[in-house]
Write a protein that binds this ligand. Structure first.
Ligand SMILES: [Zn+2]
Length: 196
């Protein structure tokens, strides 16, 4: 199997959404070995990678594991266009804990910061690097893997909701792969980036 590569040229670059250095990894168990101050940027087949097929759906975003309470920063400037229940009873998904998603529209589209406790309201303008929330615990049960993470999605401009990507259907048209943007803020190894 050919390793996946990502485009070098992007219209905009992102700041890191966490106060942690991102380390690209395709290895599901790599969270056990990341040094303090770092976390994995999961690439398929890592279960936190974008587009990975799970039991009943396809993963719509990228999971950046981080301790409960970790600050979440805007990757680029924009406007908070929605703050919505994302998981838990409030979102009709009671097998998870209650978390929210903050949707920020900016130059690259709508960035969805999911599985957070928001610190901003809809209508607010945010600067790149400004805090928009905190990571909070999403998994009810500790199965030896991280129970809190930033679940980050990228949508086309104009998106205001978070559609589910069912494994029996094609990708919702609004969904984009945020991985190339996240690679720009983590000093990606050269072999992950496609040469022009
Ligand atoms: Zn996720």
């Amino acid at each position: 199997m050919q390793p996946q590569t990502f485009p070098l040229e992007l219209p905009v670059t992102w700041r890191c959404p966490l106060p942690l250095r991102l380390v690209a990894t395709a290895e599901s168990e790599s969270f056990r070995e990341h040094p303090p101050g770092t976390t994995g940027l999961p690439l398929p087949p890592h279960p936190g990678g974008f587009g990975v097929v799970r039991r009943h759906h396809v993963h719509e975003g990228v999971d950046l594991y981080a301790p409960h309470g970790t600050a979440v920063f805007a990757v680029e400037a924009g406007e908070v266009v929605a703050v919505v229940p994302f998981t838990g009873p409030l979102a009709g998904l009671p097998w998870w804990l209650d978390t929210y998603a903050v949707l920020v529209e900016g130059p690259s589209g709508v960035v969805v910061y999911g599985e957070v406790t928001p610190t901003v309201c809809a209508g607010a303008a945010v600067a790149a690097g400004e805090r928009i929330g905190n990571v909070c615990r999403v998994l009810r049960h500790d199965k030896g893997r991280p129970t809190s993470m930033l679940h980050l999605e990228l949508h086309a401009p104009g998106s205001r909701t978070c559609p589910e990507w069912l494994d029996t259907e094609s990708r919702p048209s609004v969904l984009r792969d945020p991985t190339p943007y996240l690679l720009t803020c983590c000093a990606a190894p050269a072999d992950l980036l496609a040469q022009p």
